[in-house]
Design a protein around this ligand. Sequence first.
Ligand code: MSP
Length: 523
Amino acid sequence: MNSPSRRRFLTTPIYYPSGEPHIGHAYTTILADVLARFWRQDGLDVFFLTGTDEHGQKMLEEATRRGMTARELSDQMSARFKAAWKDLDISHDRFIRTTEPDHVAVVTAFLERLWNKGEIYEGKYSGWYCIYEERYWTEKDLGPDHACPDCGRPTREIEEKNYFFRMGAYQQRLLDHIRDNPEWIQPTIRRNEILGFLAQPLEDLSISRPKSRVSWGIPLPWDPEHVAYVWVDALINYVTGSDAIDPTRAPAEQGFEDTSASRWPADVHLMGKDILTTHAVYWPTLLMGAGLPLPKGILAHGFWVAGEQKMSKSFGNVIDPLQLRERFGTDAVRWYLLREMPTGQDASFTPERFLVRYDELANVLGNLASRTLGMTDKYRQGRIPDAPGTGLDGEIAATLATIRASVAGYRLHDALAAAMDLARRANGYVEEREPWAQAKDPGRAADLDETLATLVRTLAALTAFLQPVCPGKMVELAARLGLNAVPRLEEVDRVRLGGNQVRKGEPLFPRAELLDAAAAKAP
Ligand code: MSP
């Protein structure tokens, strides 16, 4: 049995399945996946939750536009997200859909709990509403012609009965929490943003929409003419996915205060910086209201931009990650996205940078693998020499330490850079040792054994270090080294390789020009 501290629960936002999955969705999900795989690789018991956010006006309007029901659209499009995550080798433990009955039951129980505790009151909302962002704006926030300040689309003026959650009452508690836990919101720039937001009085939160206007949602248990605001519905998915609330039990019997038997609280919620406020203000205050513990951490990443512009469906400049995958393979797309974007900052997507990063896989790592396997094949008939192979042990240990520290600080780009530096160093070691010269001199057979054993050992360590980002290729590389599996991180210094038979095979990452040549030859 794992002790509770060996457990990790991490989440991505649940995506609106009103359009196709794109690079932004893929990035958050791959970021979470790489983190999840690093944790598993370190022997932790991980639960990774992702899914789709299916209620709300936007889904309904898109469905109507396509001549479908909202349910048909969400069935069709959530399947697209699932398929994309399969293609991108995402290892989630649950794909949650907010239309699933257990989630509907948990939202109902959660809201009933707030209602029974007097955390919700009836009021009236008048203002401007952006359907696309699913949020209200006050007149002073709007752009020219009452455009939404976030997405630029027209907003609608509305006045309606709403139920409000007493969010403002939790302002001080939330501020105290953020101040007492400096690492709670990462990176610091985002934490400061939220502190800035909380420097203004915090208003109460409208948590419902009249059914007459938004029919596609979860009815409020005490007033079924109103449905839950889609953001409240969506945020609660994290609790549904944790199994903290048993939807088959009446709300009064729910053990909201004791979540110890469940996965709640989450270790980290991952998301883009665009939806930090909902996660760092609405969500924790809702949890406080319901009497549930807060998530242990919130990590907001930056945006992929094309040139200077945010990449988004509305700008029509979205890169389809699945198209890149067809040419370069899944692992190369994962590598590019994670290696190129420093966690938390924005990054610009360009084909040139993609090729620069691909080149590392082909010419640094791929080259190291090819020459190591090739020389073992040529000089030792493919049998890994039974020599200590400790020539790069110091570097392997130092890389492992950097990776552990980087992963703990969510600096995954640094972890990947450290691994690639080790591959670069190993290529340097080949040049220094000149195994081709050692091979010519029978008196230096032991030196050659040591060189080859060191290189193989380094490659084995690299499969462990890079498996989270390149799972397909690293499993293959481990197999070519005669290993049954990629070693765990803690095992890298004691993997037994001597006597294994290697398999040379084709290049792991063919050079980009080879890919082009192959594509040109294809019928
Ligand atoms: N459904 C809400 C989230 C509810 S979570 C309780 C939502 N969905 S979304 O489909 O719009 O996905 C938003 C997420 O996609 C962002 O937070 C971010 O994680 C990711 N990205 C969308 N575009 C992006 C970029 N151009 N670059 C990087 N990530 C971005 O909001």
